[in-house]
Write a protein that binds this ligand. Structure first.
Ligand code: FAD
Ligand code: SF4
Length: 272
């Protein structure tokens, strides 16, 4: 009989449904066992290794692990895997001494990361301990991408985000904030060995219907409107609000509208 290859994700498909359903294959049972033993810091580090932002995800993950949880087949609800991640993050001790050592002498390779959202930060987290010199560019004044500019702070407090973003930035990244990259040719001319494009998908979809132009003062594109709230440019909204859509952006627009004075907030999507 061949020894079990636990590095092969297919193995988890057979035995640990929740771990396989997690896009990061987080070892769910292992960290939940540690939480039940009160070992929050160790539980956090297991998460940090596989998904980089446990405090963020413990609040915002779409948690595909939970529908796969076997408890859901014999009880009404699955184990609250996502919220348990938040428990580990909120109750952990200082973890800075547990983070990987960053070589002082670099390996001679220089990488540019365009965009400082979770994609680039995850790449940086994995490359910095290997001695790469990492330059990260973002047009915003801080790293975090849409985690900062779109996900509302009532769902994801800035201090939780800052802490986990800083674990990565403090790995010796060279930051270029307030810098919008307009030319890849220019980036390539700076002798990078590789360039990672982590610029996200920062464009909402407009809906051109009769009346769109006439009503434009009161019609907003979801992700732009959420950013204007996050950056303190928008402080109120009308009393009657209709939100078109049904995903994260739509729900965040509804909840933010209620907080900014919307009294009659309705959502409309194709399914409703
Ligand atoms: C309203 C809303 C709610 C969401 N809620 C959730 C949730 O609850 N759970 C979840 O898992 N996901 C959620 N998401 C999705 C999640 O935020 C994104 O999947 C994630 O942020 C994408 O990461 P990224 O690094 O690819 O890009 P981004 O987070 O978009 O980061 C890209 C960064 O690159 C910068 N950039 C772009 N172009 C340039 C350029 N030319 N030069 C320099 N910098 C540039 C941008 O300013 C940004 O900072 C939500 C998204 C939105 C809009
Ligand atoms: S909550 Fe998200 S990151 Fe955590 S185990 Fe589930 S799917 Fe993976």
């Amino acid at each position: 009989m061949q020894p079990t290859d636990v590095k092969n994700p297919e193995y988890y498909h057979k035995v640990v449904d929740c771990q396989y359903a997690c896009p990061a294959h987080t070892p769910v049972p292992q960290y939940i066992r540690l939480i039940s033993a009160g070992r929050y810091t160790e539980a956090y580090m297991i998460n940090w290794e596989s998904n980089v932002f446990p405090g963020v995800l413990g609040r915002t993950c779409d948690r595909p692990c939970e529908p796969a949880c076997r408890r859901g087949r014999i009880e009404e609800e699955p184990v609250a895997i996502c919220r348990l991640k938040r428990v580990a993050a909120d109750f952990k001790d200082d973890i800075t001494h547990l983070l990987p050592d960053i070589p002082k002498v670099k390996n001679g390779k220089k990488i540019a990361l365009i965009g400082a959202g979770p994609a680039s930060l995850s790449v940086a987290r994995d490359l910095a301990p290997l001695g790469y010199e990492l330059h990260i560019y973002d047009n915003q004044h801080k790293a975090g991408g849409m985690m900062r500019s779109q996900i509302p702070s009532f769902r994801l407090p800035a201090e939780v985000l800052d802490q986990e973003v800083n674990y990565v930035l403090d790995m010796g990244l060279i930051t270029h904030f307030n810098t919008y990259v307009t030319s890849l040719k220019d980036v390539l001319s700076r002798n990078y060995d590789a360039v990672f494009i982590g610029t996200g998908a920062p464009r909402g979809k407009d809906l051109v219907l009769p009346g769109r132009e006439e009503g434009k003062a009161n019609i907003h594109i979801g992700i732009e409107w959420l950013a204007s709230v996050a950056f303190d440019h928008t402080h109120n909204i009308g009393k009657r609000v209709i939100v078109l859509g049904g995903g994260n952006t739509a729900m965040d627009c509804c909840r933010t509208s209620r907080r900014l004075g919307g009294e009659d907030v309705k959502v409309q999507n194709k399914a409703s």
